[in-house]
Design a protein around this ligand. Structure first.
Ligand code: ZN
Length: 225
């Protein structure tokens, strides 16, 4: 008798599961917990270090407990050594974004390009004791022969697939930058967001808390290269 009631109970439970599966068809078809659904965002800051803007960005990242990547310009390090070391001390990644950021010099030849990369990497090493292993091309784009040179030297090249518009929209305020970041990141599971932390980009530092809030709300995991 006891065995029979157990069988009935198991049958009823099974029936309940089948019913639930029918009622919540969408949920059953796309399970909630799947690695494919994981979202990640890389906050990347180019053209620094600067004094006020980089420091303000670092304050926000610290408060939010987020690690980011800073692609620095070598010539901007002198006088801002403390800021570069703060980037390192707070656990962020320091990458090479060229020494001069002058396109006509950097892209004149492969030899000139390499010289520029090495000059920047050297300043990072001497100032912060960090061997940079990530690189971002000034102005972006593809540069096949230069990409090969970088890879041979162990660099990982990082492009971007979303922007906050702080270079394209002159004088944009924090709200505009936040909206542009959201619009360009929409629908992407892996976002590499381009931001700038050089001196004229106070609005980027101002927009950062709202940008972070958006990605948090969308369940993105923050990552650094
Ligand atoms: Zn740049």
């Amino acid at each position: 008798m006891q065995k029979k009631s157990l069988t009935i109970a198991v049958f009823l439970f099974g029936l309940l599961l089948v019913l639930l599966a029918h009622l919540s068809g969408r949920t059953m078809a796309t399970p909630v917990f799947t690695f494919a659904e994981e979202r990640e965002v890389y906050l990347t800051f180019d053209d620094g270090p600067s004094t006020a803007v980089t420091e303000k960005i670092l304050d926000t990242l610290k408060a939010e407990e987020i690690k980011a990547t800073f692609f620095v310009v070598g010539e901007r390090i002198p006088g801002r050594e403390k800021t570069l070391r703060r980037i390192r001390d707070e656990g962020h990644t320091i990458g090479v974004h060229s020494d001069s950021h002058r396109y006509e010099t950097i892209y004149a030849s492969d030899a000139a390009f390499l010289e520029d990369v090495e000059a920047c990497a050297d300043r990072i090493l001497k100032t912060a004791d960090v061997t940079a292993t990530v690189y971002r091309f000034p102005g972006g784009g593809r540069h096949p022969s230069k990409e090969t040179l970088l890879k041979e030297r162990g660099y990982r090249i990082v492009w971007w697939n979303a922007v906050c518009g702080d270079e394209e929209i002159p004088g944009a305020d924090a709200k505009t930058l936040t909206e542009r970041a959201i619009a360009t990141a929409k629908g992407k599971r892996r976002v590499v967001l381009l931001l700038h932390d050089s001196a004229p980009h106070g609005a980027t530092a101002e927009a950062l808390p709202a940008i972070i809030e958006y990605f948090r709300g969308e369940n993105y995991v923050f990552k650094a290269f």
